[in-house]
Design a protein around this ligand. Structure first.
Ligand code: UDP
Length: 237
Protein backbone atom coordinates (compact mmCIF):
# COMPACT_ATOMS: atom_id res chain seq x y z
CA UNK A 1 0.00 0.00 0.00
CA UNK A 2 1.49 3.36 -1.05
CA UNK A 3 1.05 6.84 0.34
CA UNK A 4 -1.22 9.00 -1.77
CA UNK A 5 -2.22 12.61 -1.25
CA UNK A 6 -1.47 14.19 2.13
CA UNK A 7 -4.88 14.49 3.74
CA UNK A 8 -3.97 16.15 7.00
CA UNK A 9 -0.92 17.16 9.01
CA UNK A 10 -1.33 17.25 12.76
CA UNK A 11 1.08 18.07 15.56
CA UNK A 12 2.65 14.64 15.75
CA UNK A 13 1.42 12.76 12.69
CA UNK A 14 0.75 13.09 8.99
CA UNK A 15 -2.18 11.28 7.41
CA UNK A 16 -2.15 10.16 3.77
CA UNK A 17 -4.79 8.78 1.45
CA UNK A 18 -4.24 5.38 -0.14
CA UNK A 19 -5.64 3.63 -3.23
CA UNK A 20 -8.36 2.24 -0.99
CA UNK A 21 -10.87 4.93 0.10
CA UNK A 22 -11.47 3.06 3.36
CA UNK A 23 -7.81 3.00 4.40
CA UNK A 24 -5.31 5.71 5.36
CA UNK A 25 -1.62 5.75 6.21
CA UNK A 26 -0.58 7.48 9.42
CA UNK A 27 3.04 8.62 9.56
CA UNK A 28 4.52 9.46 12.98
CA UNK A 29 6.81 12.50 13.30
CA UNK A 30 9.40 13.44 15.91
CA UNK A 31 7.72 16.83 16.44
CA UNK A 32 6.45 17.49 19.94
CA UNK A 33 4.10 20.18 21.15
CA UNK A 34 2.61 21.01 24.53
CA UNK A 35 0.24 23.54 26.07
CA UNK A 36 -2.00 23.61 23.00
CA UNK A 37 0.90 24.18 20.63
CA UNK A 38 2.57 27.00 22.62
CA UNK A 39 5.66 24.88 23.32
CA UNK A 40 7.29 23.19 20.34
CA UNK A 41 10.27 20.93 19.93
CA UNK A 42 11.64 17.69 18.57
CA UNK A 43 12.10 14.41 20.38
CA UNK A 44 14.56 12.39 18.28
CA UNK A 45 13.23 8.93 17.51
CA UNK A 46 9.81 9.58 19.08
CA UNK A 47 7.87 8.84 15.90
CA UNK A 48 9.40 5.39 15.59
CA UNK A 49 8.68 4.60 19.23
CA UNK A 50 5.12 5.94 19.24
CA UNK A 51 4.26 4.08 16.03
CA UNK A 52 5.54 0.75 17.39
CA UNK A 53 4.16 1.18 20.90
CA UNK A 54 0.73 2.27 19.77
CA UNK A 55 0.48 -0.63 17.36
CA UNK A 56 1.60 -3.23 19.89
CA UNK A 57 -0.86 -1.92 22.49
CA UNK A 58 -3.75 -1.60 20.03
CA UNK A 59 -3.10 -5.13 18.75
CA UNK A 60 -3.29 -6.36 22.31
CA UNK A 61 -6.50 -4.43 22.96
CA UNK A 62 -7.95 -5.84 19.74
CA UNK A 63 -7.25 -9.35 21.01
CA UNK A 64 -9.12 -8.46 24.19
CA UNK A 65 -12.20 -7.44 22.21
CA UNK A 66 -11.73 -3.68 21.84
CA UNK A 67 -12.15 -2.71 18.17
CA UNK A 68 -9.42 -0.37 16.88
CA UNK A 69 -8.52 1.40 13.65
CA UNK A 70 -5.27 -0.59 13.32
CA UNK A 71 -4.80 -2.59 10.12
CA UNK A 72 -1.07 -3.15 9.71
CA UNK A 73 2.30 -1.60 10.54
CA UNK A 74 3.97 -0.75 7.23
CA UNK A 75 7.35 0.58 8.35
CA UNK A 76 9.16 2.18 11.30
CA UNK A 77 6.97 5.28 11.14
CA UNK A 78 4.02 4.32 8.96
CA UNK A 79 0.86 2.39 9.79
CA UNK A 80 -2.16 1.48 7.72
CA UNK A 81 -5.39 2.30 9.54
CA UNK A 82 -9.08 2.19 8.80
CA UNK A 83 -10.50 5.53 7.73
CA UNK A 84 -12.79 6.82 10.47
CA UNK A 85 -14.55 10.03 11.21
CA UNK A 86 -13.14 11.12 14.54
CA UNK A 87 -15.63 11.69 17.34
CA UNK A 88 -14.56 15.20 18.42
CA UNK A 89 -14.00 14.23 22.04
CA UNK A 90 -10.84 13.68 24.04
CA UNK A 91 -11.48 11.03 26.65
CA UNK A 92 -9.19 11.07 29.67
CA UNK A 93 -9.01 8.23 32.15
CA UNK A 94 -7.11 8.74 35.39
CA UNK A 95 -5.93 6.34 38.07
CA UNK A 96 -3.76 8.84 39.96
CA UNK A 97 -3.95 12.63 40.28
CA UNK A 98 -1.62 14.59 37.98
CA UNK A 99 -1.49 17.37 35.42
CA UNK A 100 -4.64 19.36 34.80
CA UNK A 101 -6.60 17.37 37.41
CA UNK A 102 -4.19 18.45 40.15
CA UNK A 103 -4.22 22.03 38.90
CA UNK A 104 -8.01 22.27 38.53
CA UNK A 105 -8.84 20.80 41.92
CA UNK A 106 -5.80 22.10 43.83
CA UNK A 107 -4.45 18.73 44.88
CA UNK A 108 -0.95 17.30 44.78
CA UNK A 109 0.12 14.81 42.12
CA UNK A 110 0.26 11.15 43.07
CA UNK A 111 -3.02 10.60 44.92
CA UNK A 112 -4.13 7.07 44.04
CA UNK A 113 -7.88 7.01 43.38
CA UNK A 114 -10.09 4.23 44.81
CA UNK A 115 -11.53 3.82 41.34
CA UNK A 116 -10.60 5.38 38.00
CA UNK A 117 -12.13 8.68 36.83
CA UNK A 118 -13.16 9.64 33.34
CA UNK A 119 -13.63 13.03 31.74
CA UNK A 120 -14.36 14.23 28.24
CA UNK A 121 -13.36 17.42 26.52
CA UNK A 122 -14.40 18.95 23.25
CA UNK A 123 -11.58 18.32 20.74
CA UNK A 124 -11.24 21.88 19.49
CA UNK A 125 -7.83 23.57 19.51
CA UNK A 126 -9.26 27.08 19.02
CA UNK A 127 -11.30 26.73 22.19
CA UNK A 128 -8.48 24.98 24.07
CA UNK A 129 -10.28 21.61 24.32
CA UNK A 130 -12.84 22.70 26.94
CA UNK A 131 -14.09 20.18 29.48
CA UNK A 132 -17.62 18.86 28.84
CA UNK A 133 -20.11 16.61 30.52
CA UNK A 134 -22.30 14.13 28.63
CA UNK A 135 -25.23 16.55 28.49
CA UNK A 136 -23.04 19.14 26.77
CA UNK A 137 -21.75 16.53 24.34
CA UNK A 138 -25.35 15.57 23.51
CA UNK A 139 -26.46 19.21 23.20
CA UNK A 140 -23.60 19.90 20.80
CA UNK A 141 -24.43 16.65 18.92
CA UNK A 142 -20.81 15.52 19.21
CA UNK A 143 -21.95 11.93 19.84
CA UNK A 144 -25.16 10.04 20.52
CA UNK A 145 -26.17 8.71 23.93
CA UNK A 146 -25.39 5.18 22.79
CA UNK A 147 -21.99 6.20 21.42
CA UNK A 148 -21.11 7.95 24.67
CA UNK A 149 -22.03 4.81 26.59
CA UNK A 150 -19.88 2.64 24.29
CA UNK A 151 -16.97 5.08 24.55
CA UNK A 152 -17.19 5.05 28.35
CA UNK A 153 -17.31 1.25 28.56
CA UNK A 154 -14.40 0.82 26.15
CA UNK A 155 -12.35 3.47 27.96
CA UNK A 156 -12.63 1.74 31.34
CA UNK A 157 -11.90 -1.66 29.78
CA UNK A 158 -8.86 -0.19 28.01
CA UNK A 159 -7.72 1.21 31.35
CA UNK A 160 -7.99 -2.22 33.00
CA UNK A 161 -5.99 -3.85 30.22
CA UNK A 162 -3.32 -1.17 29.97
CA UNK A 163 -2.94 -0.80 33.73
CA UNK A 164 -2.33 -4.49 34.17
CA UNK A 165 0.00 -4.68 31.16
CA UNK A 166 2.16 -1.76 32.32
CA UNK A 167 2.16 -3.04 35.88
CA UNK A 168 3.85 -6.21 34.55
CA UNK A 169 6.55 -3.93 33.08
CA UNK A 170 7.16 -2.22 36.44
CA UNK A 171 5.33 0.88 35.20
CA UNK A 172 2.38 2.70 36.78
CA UNK A 173 -0.28 3.96 34.37
CA UNK A 174 -1.25 7.33 35.86
CA UNK A 175 -3.60 8.68 33.17
CA UNK A 176 -4.10 8.74 29.42
CA UNK A 177 -6.10 10.26 26.59
CA UNK A 178 -8.09 8.33 24.01
CA UNK A 179 -9.85 9.27 20.80
CA UNK A 180 -12.50 7.22 19.08
CA UNK A 181 -13.74 7.16 15.50
CA UNK A 182 -16.76 5.96 13.54
CA UNK A 183 -16.40 3.47 10.71
CA UNK A 184 -18.67 4.09 7.68
CA UNK A 185 -21.24 1.70 9.22
CA UNK A 186 -21.21 3.69 12.46
CA UNK A 187 -19.18 1.22 14.55
CA UNK A 188 -17.14 2.96 17.23
CA UNK A 189 -13.45 2.03 17.20
CA UNK A 190 -10.41 3.20 19.14
CA UNK A 191 -8.35 5.55 16.95
CA UNK A 192 -5.42 7.99 17.27
CA UNK A 193 -2.53 6.61 19.35
CA UNK A 194 -1.51 5.20 22.70
CA UNK A 195 2.03 6.33 23.47
CA UNK A 196 4.18 8.27 25.96
CA UNK A 197 2.76 11.39 24.25
CA UNK A 198 -0.75 10.49 25.39
CA UNK A 199 -0.16 8.55 28.63
CA UNK A 200 1.51 9.36 31.93
CA UNK A 201 3.77 6.45 32.80
CA UNK A 202 5.80 6.39 36.01
CA UNK A 203 8.45 3.86 36.98
CA UNK A 204 6.70 1.90 39.73
CA UNK A 205 9.82 1.63 41.90
CA UNK A 206 11.26 5.14 41.64
CA UNK A 207 8.36 7.28 40.36
CA UNK A 208 10.54 8.47 37.49
CA UNK A 209 8.45 9.98 34.69
CA UNK A 210 8.80 8.03 31.45
CA UNK A 211 6.51 10.14 29.26
CA UNK A 212 5.95 13.52 27.62
CA UNK A 213 5.92 15.34 30.97
CA UNK A 214 9.74 15.31 30.69
CA UNK A 215 9.33 17.52 27.60
CA UNK A 216 6.40 19.60 28.94
CA UNK A 217 8.23 20.36 32.20
CA UNK A 218 11.81 20.57 30.87
CA UNK A 219 12.93 17.68 33.05
CA UNK A 220 15.68 16.57 30.64
CA UNK A 221 16.42 13.05 29.45
CA UNK A 222 13.38 13.09 27.17
CA UNK A 223 14.79 10.83 24.43
CA UNK A 224 16.20 8.41 27.01
CA UNK A 225 12.84 8.16 28.76
CA UNK A 226 11.07 7.30 25.48
CA UNK A 227 13.73 4.66 24.75
CA UNK A 228 13.43 3.26 28.27
CA UNK A 229 9.65 2.92 28.23
CA UNK A 230 9.82 1.28 24.79
CA UNK A 231 12.41 -1.21 26.05
CA UNK A 232 10.17 -2.08 29.02
CA UNK A 233 7.35 -2.81 26.62
CA UNK A 234 9.54 -4.89 24.27
CA UNK A 235 10.79 -6.97 27.20
CA UNK A 236 7.27 -7.77 28.33
CA UNK A 237 5.01 -8.06 25.32
N1 UDP B 1 -3.32 14.33 27.01
C1 UDP B 1 -3.09 14.22 25.65
N2 UDP B 1 -3.44 15.26 24.83
C2 UDP B 1 -4.03 16.39 25.28
C3 UDP B 1 -4.28 16.51 26.66
C4 UDP B 1 -3.90 15.47 27.50
O1 UDP B 1 -2.59 13.20 25.20
O2 UDP B 1 -4.34 17.28 24.47
C5 UDP B 1 -2.94 13.22 27.91
C6 UDP B 1 -1.74 13.57 28.77
O3 UDP B 1 -0.56 13.09 28.19
C7 UDP B 1 -2.04 12.84 30.05
C8 UDP B 1 -3.57 12.78 30.11
O4 UDP B 1 -4.02 13.00 28.79
O5 UDP B 1 -1.54 11.51 30.00
C9 UDP B 1 -4.18 13.77 31.05
O6 UDP B 1 -3.72 15.06 30.74
P1 UDP B 1 -4.15 16.33 31.59
O7 UDP B 1 -5.61 16.55 31.44
O8 UDP B 1 -3.63 16.18 32.98
O9 UDP B 1 -3.52 17.55 30.83
P2 UDP B 1 -2.04 18.15 30.80
O10 UDP B 1 -1.56 18.25 32.20
O11 UDP B 1 -1.27 17.19 29.95
O12 UDP B 1 -2.26 19.47 30.14
Amino acid sequence: MNKGELLYEGKAKKVYKTDDPDLLIVSYKDDATAFNGLKRGTIQGKGVINNRMSNLLMKRLGEKGIPTHLVEELSERDTLVKRVSIVPLEVIVRNISAGSFSKRYGVEEGIVFDSPTIEISYKNDELGDPLLNRYHALALKLASEEELQTIKEYSFRINDELKSFWSGCGVTLVDFKLEFGRLPDGTIVLADEISPDTCRLWDSATGKKLDKDRFRRDLGGVEDAYQEIMQRLRDNI
